[in-house]
Design a protein around this ligand. Sequence first.
Ligand code: PLP
Length: 371
Amino acid sequence: MSRAINFNAGPAALPLPALERAREELLDFAGSGMSVMEHSHRGKEYEAVHNEAIALLRELLAIPDDYDVTFLQGGATQQFAQLPMNFLGNGKTGDYVVTGAWSEKAVSEAKAAAGMAGGAVRTAVSTGTGDGKEKSYTRVPAAAEIPVDPGAAYLHLTSNETIHGVEFQDFPATGAVPLVADMSSDFLWRRIEVSKFAFIYAGAQKNIGPSGIVVAVARKDFVASGRKDIPKIFQYRVHAENNSLYNTPPTFGVYLVRNVLAWQKSVGGLDQIERWNREKAGLLYGAIDGRPDFFRCPVERASRSVMNVVFRLPSEALEEKFVSEAKKRRMIGLKGHRSVGGIRVSLYNAATVEWVTVLVGFMDEFARANG
Ligand SMILES: *Cc1c(COP(=O)(O)O)cnc(C)c1O
């Protein structure tokens, strides 16, 4: 068997040891004679996995005791609507920092949800330039550019824009205003100071596991302040109070998340993971900057993403050739998002330094042959 060199943006590569463990345990989980998928979500076998996944997350991220970890569904996209449903009741306002395609979507869904609830949504700041579909995003705002309105119900930002390749390196201090972050594509790539945030959510399929699960890390008092007059299934409080077992969770997905987190811990936790990620990003941006006549990264240096690296070649025809020649060498997932074009390389935790070394070697060869 020869595994692909998988630079997909999501669903994305998973660490091989996490998959091998799933293969070993698939037919007979913990000596039970059945797979984990076939167990009741209320049984002790599944509950042990569920609680282990939560405990591993708490340990890896050093999550304070006054925060809940919950597993939600519907993808990060559902959170775009669920968050305002919970916190933007009558007359309340949610402020949004817009740095790319995903924060645009978050605003648009929040407007619809807040509209139903009698609340409002504001764009606090946008770094977009140009119009409509042509809008380009090449940086995150400096802390001083982000107005923090003490009256806002929360301030929302997208820590990493998966399509535009811009990422916050530091987070703004928002005082008493709850800071909410969509961390779907850069959750768990390094340590963060969880106490800066009131609510963090991340779809699993970028850096944590398979699609179908969203991990939320939320301060208890913030969750408790949410509305109680919306359907229970949408209330964050209900999921927190029931340890994410209010209804049937995606049990196999949670099991795979457990495997991924156990792997992260086994290799040395987030300090080691961050070292690898910085090494990979350093190699790749080094290759881009080393041939400025051929490769060009549109993102401002201080906002460059460590997870999703975007760049252009001299022409679209060369970009197409680059993607197809890379594919012949088992490298897949290099085509930029259809809305922005170019090349995108996703360097999530499961992508190895060796993969990036192979890619960088290929880039050099390609530039010499076609430059
Ligand atoms: C992928 C992604 C989403 C959407 O995730 P779904 O699971 O498709 O709902 C939202 N935000 C960011 C930053 C993403 O990368």
